[in-house]
Design a protein around this ligand. Sequence first.
Ligand SMILES: [Zn+2]
Length: 581
Amino acid sequence: MFRLALVHLIDSSLCALLSAIARLVDAPAKPTHWLHIIRAPATSRANTAFRHGGYVFLLRATARGLAVTAACTLAAISATTLQAQVSWVSAPISAVHYDVTADSASVGSRKLGVAMTFRTASTKPVVLALPAWSPGHYTLLWFARRVSNFTAESNGSPLEWHMLDYQTWEIIPRAPGEIRVSFKYLADTIDRAVAWTKPNFSFFNGTNLFMYPAGRSLEWGASVTVHTEPSWRVATGMTPSTQPNTFSATRYHDLVDMPFFVGRFAIDSTNVQNHWIRLAMYPDSVMTPALRTRFLGWVDRFVPAEMAVFRDVEFRNYTIFFVADTIVNAGGLEHQNSQMDEIPLARLQDTPASLFSHEFFHSWNVKRLRPADMVPYRYSDAQPTRWLWVSEGITDYYANVALVRGGITDSTGFYNAIAAYIMAADHAGAVSLSDASLSVWVNPANSMSGIYYPKGGLAGFLLDIMIRDASNNSNSLDTVMRTLYNTTYKHGKGFTSSNWWSEVSRASGGKSFDEFRRRYIDGREPMPVDAVLALAGLRVVRDGANGRVRVTETPNASAKAVMVREGILHGDGSSGPRRQP
Ligand SMILES: [Zn+2]
């Protein structure tokens, strides 16, 4: 897809134009400077405009300069070798505050009120954008499509504004000072990445509502005030301030990763190793004593097993947001200090513990330890990676590991989860985990769709066994996850392919995994399940008639294989607590 980068044209003379084109020729690797385009007052008679590929080009020049500009622009558009990224650049802004109105009237109309106030130090245009997606939910949802009644003002007087594209607004300040932007946000969709309302309740993500200055660093802090009914609750992972219903975050990435419940909902908590884990449930009637005891009881047992993998917990407290309603696409969405889970009301009693343990493990794996392709998050468009088999598949593996190490399931339950992985991989056929990871953004209509979950989980299990076998159980996949967390995330980086495979090899005493990667991760060969499971005293029993698979312990397995198996099930000295009797 061809896109254009727009840069303000300071001087529209032919000389400046030729200079800009010269820079294009000289530095094709920096395409954001390839063409200067004028932004001029719409009332100027010297302006002209044309459209191409969904973008508007405003040109101001002498007649000759305009003709040359247009000719060169069209020539450049037709050049298939040019690739560039939309790169709006906003004037700097500061003192950012958001107000969200989620009172009875707002949720009754299913439209949240949103206001953003900030300061600007000049009259240069401010360019604000809304995200196209929510991290973890790898689908372009274009949150701007739900915006209406957009206004911009300063000192009570309206400011000129217009849209630069479908998710970007440009505001023209009259003078330095405070600007207030406001709009309504349609919150009618029950989806963990989107905003939703009921007559007494609202759920929203920061990605839905909070605009950011385009083309600028996202390392700035902001505060949020929620305006709601006096008797309604507000819950979020953001840091509360001394002002009522007001919260703060120090980076935009945090601001949009801490969703809100506002309204009537039930909330309770448990303390695990000095961290409060809250359970917030909507509607409040679903938090029966029995369900509360079951859910928080699971939390008490799987959380220590997951903490033990990384031995580092950065969140002060953690919130499990839970909605039970008419939900088609049940599941959860991870955040750095919370998770948002959705279950059909009719299946409430079938809620699996692995839903909670999966999303909880994400607070390390993907929210913090993350592929370099996704560091930092880029909100304006898709951000593909070949590593969802680690970020999702290995998270799912550890969701099951934590349940057996915490004593929530027994070894048979764990083997059944592995058998389900094997069956899913068999059923998918010859597909590559790397390709499946990359393709999530187009939701492929083939067997790659979502296969990085079960087949990635299976890859994690095989790697865990092979590392333990090669290191005489002194290292494990836990070692790899913990080491990469410390050597990449803790140094402000994502992990690369080289980081990953080097660490797997190092944990295995130098054993090469090149062939494993080539054949089973990037390649499409069936995984060597039987051979690897034998190293853990396990075997795969296949029922040829219906494709069913069982995983069972091998009688008379070697002492080493039993040690590997026990290390996975119980956690060893380096990886987790012993299973409860
Ligand atoms: Zn996940």
